[in-house]
Ligand binder design. Structure first.
Ligand code: PNS
Length: 160
């Protein structure tokens, strides 16, 4: 069985994330969407909330499941018997960091990373920008799954 992990902060998931997850699900028998900690980012949603949103947004994909992990990604792969990491590449500015992580992960574990070119329709999308635009009242309806849109507006209203 070919299994892959799509790791990320997913704070929250965007349509760009969903596009990569869906395409990975077409290539692998099983895809685990794993919510991990990125120490350089501050969260708007808890890990449990991010997982819930991902579960709802990927409900129609039968070979996709959602999980979370607090340690090294490669340790998760070892524990779960996952051979491949799949990540989306939006632009050349993503490439340096993604390549560095891919090489580090391979060095410490042998796990391979596949960098998938993003759908250009989503190349400008990031969770951080979506949150910023939505916080200032901008329309992000077409940038995130409907369930994320609803929760995002609710969270912004809560935060005042
Ligand atoms: O969505 P992001 O923030 O680009 O995802 C980055 C993430 C969470 C996949 C990365 O920070 C990560 O793998 N964190 C887990 C800890 C780890 O393994 N760090 C070493 C990376 S080489």
């Amino acid at each position: 069985m070919r299994r892959a992990v799509c790791p990320g902060s997913y704070d929250p998931a965007t349509n760009g994330h969903l596009d990569v997850i869906e395409r990975a699900a077409n290539l692998f028998d099983e895809v685990v969407v794993a919510v991990l900690i990125n120490k350089s980012k501050q969260g708007m949603f808890t890990i449990a909330e991010r997982m819930q949103l991902l579960e709802e947004a990927t409900a129609k994909l039968p070979n996709v499941r959602v999980d979370s992990w607090h340690g090294l990604l490669t340790e998760y792969c070892r524990e779960q018997g996952i051979q491949s990491i799949v990540k989306g590449l939006r632009s050349v500015s993503d490439f340096d960091y993604e390549l560095q992580m891919a090489q580090m992960n391979r060095e410490i574990s042998g796990v391979e990373t596949l960098l998938m070119s993003n759908n250009p329709a989503y190349s400008f999308l990031s969770s951080s920008l979506v949150k910023e635009v939505a916080t200032y009242g901008g329309d992000v309806t077409n940038m995130v799954p409907p369930v994320v849109h609803e929760r995002l507006l609710a969270r912004i209203a809560e935060l005042g």
